[in-house]
Design a protein around this ligand. Structure first.
Ligand code: KIV
Length: 272
């Protein structure tokens, strides 16, 4: 009764075991094609609810639904064969109670086949993380700037600059890791705080705009590739895909307008 494949997919436990070891490489993906391309280079792929802003042009992640996450989670699972795939639980699908979070996470895991879910929030989510982990659902935490809370924190801005704020984020990361999270995303905090969190918790910290003092890094793929007009200040662009696409579309448009398209190479030949 075993389903054997040549490649063993990474698990949440593999990621947890990397604490303090080789830096963990992660990116977001929402599609089969990008997941296929990333797969050999990353330890895990996050199907982030950032898809609402990046793919759908929404202003925040608040409107993203569980169905949207499941649809894109399935696509990523078809593309990625070796990376752990983690799917975000969207706003409103988990905060109400541990039981509600369990129901949402079960749907995500059964329908996508992913290996873990991620939830935003600190100490107040610890009980929920424990509830999920005790019932067989690997959970990743997310502290610091938590975009689903944009309306209460007043914008997408660096968190924990003042001593009280920094202590509170440190407490959040501790509470989530003690509750059984296998890794914690730390978003938009200054380097000394990222370093303190990384030194204080027994599971890997995955930084985004949180300096190199983390156990790993994650970026939104489209931001890092230079596909979006606007990217957060902390994002280093590793590509200029928008310009590349514009160049290719211009070449295509020129070929159509000058009737040099299609060429002999790509027309169907009449049957003899
Ligand atoms: O939704 C997302 O893409 C994320 C990353 C930015 C960590 O949560």
């Amino acid at each position: 009764m075993s389903a054997q494949t040549d490649i063993r997919r990474r698990t949440a436990n593999d990621i947890r075991a990397r604490k303090g070891g080789d830096p963990i490489v992660a990116l977001t993906s929402y599609h089969a094609h990008t997941a296929r391309i990333l797969d050999p280079f990353v330890d895990f792929i996050l199907v982030g609810d950032s898809l609402g802003m990046v793919m759908h042009g929404l202003e925040t992640t608040i409107p993203v639904t569980l169905d949207m996450m499941i649809l894109q989670g399935k696509a990523v699972m078809r593309g990625a064969k070796q990376a752990l795939v983690v799917v975000d639980l969207p706003f409103g699908s988990y905060e109400e109670s541990p039981a509600r979070a369990f129901q949402s996470a079960v749907r995500v895991m059964k329908e996508t086949g992913c290996g873990a879910v991620k939830m935003e929030g600190g100490s107040h989510m610890a009980e929920t993380v424990r509830f999920l982990v005790d019932r067989g659902i690997p959970a990743m935490g997310h502290v610091g700037l938590t975009p689903q809370a944009v309306n209460t924190i007043g914008g997408f801005k660096v968190q924990g600059r003042d001593p009280a704020g920094a202590e509170s984020i440190l407490d959040d990361a501790r509470a989530i890791s003690e509750a059984g999270a296998f890794a914690v995303v730390v978003e938009a905090v200054v380097e000394p705080l990222a370093r303190r969190i990384t030194e204080s918790i027994p599971v890997p910290t995955i930084g985004i705009g949180a300096s190199a003092a983390c156990d790993g890094q994650i970026l939104v793929l489209e931001d890092m590739l230079g596909l979006n007009d606007w990217v957060p200040k902390f994002v280093k662009k590793f590509g200029s895909l928008a310009e590349h696409i514009q160049g290719s579309v211009q070449a295509y448009s020129d070929a159509v307008k000058t009737r040099t398209f299609p060429t002999d190479d790509n027309v169907y030949k009449p049957k003899k």
